[in-house]
Design a protein around this ligand. Structure first.
Ligand SMILES: [Zn+2]
Length: 127
């Protein structure tokens, strides 16, 4: 059983896609990745959480999927505004990584000590 700690609401830029994240523990880690797609996405931070904690509340029809390289980590975007909302973790396939910039009232400056750099260019599953 998952114990809910806090519910976060998130959306894409145009608001077509709305989703929620049920944190089961305090947010302690934001991942920044240097791989080819993350480095082109304004260096966003990611909150990675078990897939069952993420619910698309509205706008599922506006979600499009992009896969590349090994196709193991589909990335999801809004078909209207292009916001990169989330992707499936390749490193932990049971997790979804949320673009923290999509989370309502989220200020990454409050989590400076929680930012962890991930060397996606040299992904451990490619070695
Ligand atoms: Zn949108």
């Amino acid at each position: 059983m998952t114990v809910k700690f806090k519910k976060l609401n998130a959306s894409c830029h145009c608001g077509s896609i709305r989703f929620s994240i049920d944190l089961d523990k305090p947010l302690s880690e934001i991942v920044r990745c240097n791989c080819s797609i993350c480095s082109r996405s304004k260096g966003f931070g990611m909150l990675c959480t078990p897939e069952q904690n993420v619910t698309i509340v509205e706008g599922f029809e506006s979600v499009t999927e992009y896969v590349f390289n090994t196709t193991e980590a589909p990335h999801y975007f809004c078909i209207i505004c292009g916001t990169h909302t989330h992707h499936k973790s390749r490193n932990s396939p049971n997790k979804i990584c949320i673009n923290v910039a999509c989370i309502e009232d989220f200020n990454i400056a409050d989590y400076k000590g929680a930012i962890k750099n991930f060397d996606g260019v040299n992904h451990p599953r490619d070695l």
